[in-house]
Design a protein around this ligand. Sequence first.
Ligand SMILES: Cc1ncc(COP(=O)(O)O)c(C=O)c1O
Length: 422
Amino acid sequence: MKDYKYIEKQDKEVYDALVGEEERERTGIELIPSENYVSRAVREANGSVLTNKYAEGYPGKRYYGGQQFTDVVETLAIERAKKLFKAEYANVQPLGGAAANVSMYFALMKPGDTVLGMDLSHGGHLTHGHPTTSINKVFNFVRYKMKDVDTGEIDYDELREVARREKPKIILAGFSAYSRELDYAKFVEIAKEVGAYTVADMAHIAGLIAGGAVKNPFDYGFDVITTTTHKTLRGPRGGMIMTRESEEIAKRINKTVFPGVQGGPHMNNIASKAVAFGEALRPEFKIYATQILKNAKAMEKVFKENKVRLIAGGTDNHLLLADVYGSLGVTGQEAEIVLDEVGITLNKNMIADDPRKPLDPSGIRFGTPAMTTREMKEQEATTLAELMIKTLKDRENSKEKDVIKREVQKLCEAFPVPESFC
Ligand SMILES: Cc1ncc(COP(=O)(O)O)c(C=O)c1O
């Protein structure tokens, strides 16, 4: 394989794994909503010589010499991020979404302070204070939920009541398994009432915001956005923290990321972020973001026609959460395995107030960012959803599964993983 000629010569075991993964990505349909295919340009920057360089500090203020080029790429990443999300300040050094959230918490709070975030069983994320995380030992996390699991409406009355009672320092909007738009103006109204910061963890929908396909929390007065740079944003794995307008908050965030939480920034990764943000600033990215939503809607239609219960009643973004146990009698774990057998990758997921266990829950979560990168449109999204339903209903029938697998292969051949989006 032409990409890995040095690894091939030097390290056969790693080479075989890389070639295997390329093959897996090429020949299967990726429906995990947090995954995507990045461009070759993004991969080149990530694998570049900048991995050699230490650059503790920020552009213009570093602790080591030789920073003429690191400053260039970090400044490009910052300026492009600001433009994409309409932010005054951006810190592009967090190593991932979890690191971005940890830095944000320490920048805005003191140990013992309270965060009001979305209930984890209703779509919130582990990094929003799950009991198994270290951050849960430092800060106090309280919750709001959906009012109606079948429409996805957030219980804003409960949110206000808890905010008044608990006096949080941060009201956190954001999720990893929720498929509706949030009423950001309402969050800001409640936060002002109780004197809290508003933070949006937009990891899942950052690309949709950048592409103008969903609302931007900054347009409604949010103070801070944390995000990953992979997922819908289609950059390298990494994190980022943006501040709408407060220089004072931005300064605290910079100090907390470095030296507070992290050491030297990964400059290869930051160069790769700059390249990805450059791609997201192009007009084609808007079309991509809009198509992600159209494809998710096409899948929603098929699931509804087949009477499979969708949590929140459907989707306004890139992901869907289906109660396959309640609707088809197949557990999330079984569904994940059987769909993998026909070449469709997604993940099992707890549904709201799930009576089952995390490792064998009632639901599956799937989404359209990666298949849309392959330039599949509504027709292919419909076909895929139909193949999924067929597989789940006919899961014991290995002949039928072979037929479905061939259909999946045909789709993969017709829609190869692109190398470039420009
Ligand atoms: C909402 C949200 N925040 C944070 C993260 C953590 O990101 P990372 O895996 O890059 O640490 C995720 C990852 O899935 C996420 O969905």
